[in-house]
Write a protein that binds this ligand. Sequence first.
Ligand code: ADP
Length: 623
Amino acid sequence: MGCIQMGSLYFQIASLFYLSLITIIYCKKQKRKTLENRIYFGLIGITFITLLLDMASVTLAIVNPTHIFANPLCKLYLVGILGWVFLFTYYIFIISSKKNKSDDNGNLNKSSRNYFKKIFFILLAIYIISSIIIMSIPLNIYSDHNLMYTYGPSAIFSYAVTGVCVVFWLVMMLFNYKEIKDKKYLPAFAFIVLATISVIIQATFPEILLVTSAATFITVLTYFTIENPDLKLINELNLAKEQAEKANNAKSEFLSSMSHEIRTPLNAIVGFSQALSEEEISNEAKEEVNDIIMASENLLEIVNGILDISKIEASKLEIVNTEYEPMKILEELVALTRSRLGEKPIEFRTSFDPLLPKTLYGDYMRIKQIALNLLTNAVKYTKTGYIEFRVSSIKKENVCRLIISVEDSGIGIQQDKIDKLFTKFERFDIEKNITIEGTGLGLAITKKLVELMNGKIVVQSVYGKGSKFTVAIDQQIVLTPTASSPEVIPQEDPIDLSVLAGKKVLIVDDNKINLKVASRLLKDYNVKTVEADSGFECINRILQKEEYDLILLDDMMPKMSGVETLKKLKEIDTFHTPTIALTANAISGMKEKYLAEGFNDYLSKPIDRKELNRVIRKFLNTK
Ligand code: ADP
C-alpha cells in the first residue's frame, strides 16, 4: 500500500485555492439574478464538488485501490466532471441563443424562460442517463504508489460524452459565427485547447491529472467573461440618468414658462402695433410700425419653436387627430410661401397629386407645421432659381401615405453636416448665412414631429446646388366625413360693422396690459368692451345679470383659472354667452383641449388679427 504524497494532488490543491478566491470575490459582488449568473453559481458548486471528489478518489485509490469505495468514488468523480461539462454546455447554449434578451432589469420574458427551462430539463435528463451508465459499467483503476489513473469502459464513455458536448459547442459557435469574437466564447475555446493539451499530457504522463484543474481554470476564466454588470455601477448610472432627466425636465419647464412669459409682452407689442398701423399715421411711421410687427412675428416664431421643443422633450406634445381636407391645407401653404417669397427672383413650382383623398384623418396642424418649416427653409436658403413643392400619395386600403417634398436650388448642405441637420441649435455656414435669421430649431422640431406621427424624413443635398427634403407620413382616409368636419376655413367676407354696433364683449384677464390690448383691438369693430381682471369679477358680473354677446376668457389666471371660471359660469342657469378661451400657451392641441372643456372657440396670444376676425364673424356678425 502506497502512502500518498502531496505532489499527486498539487494541481487540485492549487485549483481549490484559486477557486475559493474567485468564489469569495464573486459572492461579495452585488449582482443581478440573471440566468447566466445562476448557471455560474452552479458551475462554481460543481467545480468544488468535483475537486473534492477528485482529491478523495485519488487519495483512496493510492492508499487502498481495492477498497470497496475506491471504484464508486472514481466513478462519482467522472459523474461530477460530466456534470460540469453539461452545465457548461447549457451556458454555451444560453449565450448563443437569440432568445437570451433580457430587459433593463436583467429579466427574461416568459416564453424565453420557459424555453430555457425546457432545454435545461432535456440536458439534465441526458446527464442523468449518462451518469447511470457511468456508474453501471466497469471502471479500471491503475494505482502504483503515487501514481493513479482510471481507464476502461466507464472512463471511455465519459470522455465520449464530453466529446459530443464539445462538438455541440462548436456547432453553437458556428451558428453564431458573427459573434465568435465575443469574449463570452473565450472559456469554451480555452477548454477545447486545454482539454486537448490535457489528453496529450495524460497519454504521455498518466500520473498528471489535469482534467479537474482545466475545468477549474475555465470556471475561473468564465468569471471574467460572464455578462455580469456591476450592480453598484448600474445603480449609480440609474441615479445619474434620473438626475439628468430631472434637470432636462426642469429646463423644459423653464423654457416653457419663459416662452409663455415672453408671449405676454409680445401680445402688447403686436396688438398695439397692429392697432397703430390701422390708424391715420404718416407713411414713414406706418413702415416703422410694420417693421415692429414683422420683428415681433419673428420673435414669436422663435418663442413658438422653443415652446414646441421643450414640450417635445418633456413628452408633453401630443398628436391631435381630426378630419381635414388636405387640399385646403396645401392651398394655405402655397399662399403663405408666396407671401414669404416676396420679391425674391425664385420660381415657385407646385405639383399636387390629383388623386389625393378629399378628406384625411390626422394632425393637420402638425403636417402644416412640418411642410411650412421645410418651405420656409427653402425660401431662406435660396437666392435664385426655383423651389418645388410636391405632394404625392400612395394608398393602401384606408391608409394614405402622404409624400411631401420640398426641393430648392439654394445653397445646399455639405455632406458631413447632413447628420447634424436635425440637431437642435445646429446651424451651418454661419458666415455665409449671417443675414439669414434662424435658431436651428426648425428641423429638430420637424424631425421630432415626423417621428411622433410614425413618419420618415430624408434629405438629399448637393452643396452649392440645392437640397431636397422628403417627408412620408401615413394618414387615415375618411370615406364619409362626419358632419362637424372637416375644419371649415371661413371665407373672408367683410365684417358688417353696423351689425356689431351695440354688441357687448367681456374681456377677462389678470394682466392689465393684456386687457388694454384686447380692448384696443376690439375698438376697431365698433363693439362695447368691459374689462374684468379675475374669474371672480367675471362671475359676479354675470350673476348681477349683466348681459354680454361674447366673453374672451384668459385661462392662465392666478386663484381661478379660465377653465374653472367657465365651469362656475355654466352652473348659472341663465348663462348662455359664447365664451372664447385666451391663452399664451399656444401649442397644438390646445384648441381641442379648450373645446373639450366647454369653450366655444380659442384664441392664442398675441391675438392674430385674422383669427380675431374669424371669431368676431362667427359669434358677433349676426343680426
Ligand atoms: P434655422 O433655419 O432656424 O437655422 P433649421 O433647423 O430649420 O434652423 O435648419 C438648420 C440648418 O440647416 C440651417 O441653419 C441651415 O444651415 C441648414 N438648412 C436647412 N434647410 C436648408 C436648405 N433648404 N438649404 C440649405 N441649408 C439648409
